[in-house]
Write a protein that binds this ligand. Structure first.
Ligand SMILES: Cc1cc2nc3c(=O)[nH]c(=O)nc-3n(C[C@H](O)[C@H](O)[C@H](O)COP(=O)(O)OP(=O)(O)OC[C@H]3O[C@@H](n4cnc5c(N)ncnc54)[C@H](O)[C@@H]3O)c2cc1C
Length: 383
């Protein structure tokens, strides 16, 4: 495995660095984050114009195909360069279900929206109050009457429900025979009668909304079904492993950004007549942070390489998700410690990244569920 950059990758990341240098406005982003609670649209549209939001999308859909290693590197680098968690870092994975399983009309909706907004047009409605880690416990149903479909249920913790035109809603098939995890996917317009939102208030990731979504007999045409009825869970699982990798790649990028910032800070901030970096206790923190960063980059790139080389990443992606979710937060926490009191203020971007990275231990499968996936699979290999 060689993770040295190819010529194409070098050019890609040079272009990205130039764009961030020119267009990233930290003050405007803080305003989006702390006051307006919206994505930095102007910056995302610059990424869109430069083709970055279609990275990894097949050519036939107007994208720029790249391998998984490059996609993971891109997600990490974008987070490192901006210190922000931007959803468009992984558009290719978010919209792949629609491009792979959707009708031509559903594909068109998604591609047009990405072209105009730089991000996917739907929020994911999977979790329910009684069904989080145990997703088989969902109760939202789709029933049929007079040629129409009616969706009823309660989704929770839905990111971007307030700004997305659609909900990618997962329902349970209750019709006979009731198969375990027989689920279906529907594209539900958020403005359909019977859809109601109630806000939840996240402590981090404040550029995106977070909502309860109530669905009361929401009437849909049959054409709202996405892919094959009863195969919704399998369709969703197609990308779950890589989605986890892309998610933690953002955490690794933010941890790297914080590391670079505090390593410089430790060289010039003086206490007791010398720079912080001359105290061995601070050197120990810097050393342990560097080890964690090395390990995190190795595990995400190696797992991406395995995916590109046709190997199973069932265990690898769970190990990477669990390790990087914890280690990226630990690096950010130590970065805050080295910054001292100013690290605990909104004036420092380390506190913002610290708030953002904490969710990685929960969303996309919790630390504990990663043990559930990896632990059993590893032990099975030694039977
Ligand atoms: C920032 C953020 C964004 C999110 N966005 C979305 C979204 O857009 N759409 C969506 O559908 N969902 C979303 N979620 C929900 C997310 O998928 C769930 O939070 C996650 O699956 C965990 O479910 P839960 O919160 O119900 O916790 P629970 O499943 O109730 O778990 C609570 C605790 O118990 C542990 N636990 C559970 N089962 C076991 C077990 N078998 N063994 C050991 N420990 C166990 C968990 O690891 C956890 O520590 C988001 C969550 C967050 C934090």
């Amino acid at each position: 495995m060689d993770f040295g950059l190819s010529e194409e990758q070098e050019l890609l990341f040079e272009n990205l660095a130039d764009l961030v240098e020119r267009e990233w406005d930290e003050e405007a982003y803080n305003d989006c984050y702390y006051n307006k609670h919206c994505y930095p649209r102007d910056f995302i549209m610059k990424l869109q114009e430069a083709g970055f939001t279609m990275l990894g999308v097949p050519e036939e859909f107007g994208g720029t195909p790249v391998d998984t290693v490059t996609m993971v590197m891109f997600a990490k680098e974008l987070a490192r360069m901006t210190g922000a968690s931007l959803p468009c870092a992984s558009n290719a994975i978010s919209i792949d279900d629609i491009l792979s399983f959707g009708s031509p009309e559903q594909q068109r909706i998604v591609l047009d929206y990405v072209a105009q907004n730089g991000s996917a047009p739907f929020a994911l409605g999977f979790s329910e109050p009684q069904a989080g880690s145990d997703s088989s416990g969902i109760l939202t149903t789709a029933t049929r009457k007079d040629g129409k479909v009616y969706i009823s249920g309660h989704k929770t913790m839905v990111t971007d429900a307030d700004t997305s035109p659609y909900l990618l809603c997962i329902t349970k098939n209750l019709e006979e025979p009731v198969a375990f995890k027989a689920m279906s996917m529907w594209l539900v317009p958020m403005d359909a009668p019977g859809v109601r939102l109630e806000p939840l208030h996240k402590i981090g990731l404040r550029t995106s909304g977070f909502h309860e979504v109530y669905l009361e007999n929401v009437e849909l045409p049959e054409s709202s079904l996405l892919g094959v009825e009863g195969a919704g869970f399998m369709q969703l699982m197609k990308n779950f492993e890589i989605e986890r990798l892309m998610l933690v790649a953002i955490g690794v990028g933010m941890a790297e950004a914080a590391f670079e910032e505090v390593a410089r800070y430790a060289n010039y901030r003086e206490q007791f007549g010398k720079p912080l970096g001359q105290f061995q206790l601070i050197q120990e923190k810097i050393t342990d942070m560097a080890i964690k960063l090395e390990n995190m980059k190795n595990i995400i790139f190696k797992t991406a390489w395995e995916k590109d080389n046709g190997r199973s990443v069932q265990i690898g992606s769970a190990l990477a998700k669990r390790y990087c979710a914890m280690a990226s937060f630990e690096v950010l926490d130590e970065a805050m410690q080295i910054m001292g009191g100013m690290g605990y203020t909104e004036e420092s971007r380390i506190s913002r990244m610290w708030l953002d990275a904490r969710h990685l231990r929960i969303a996309g499968g919790t630390d504990e569920i990663m043990v559930h996936i990896a632990g059993r699979a590893i032990l099975k290999n030694y039977k």
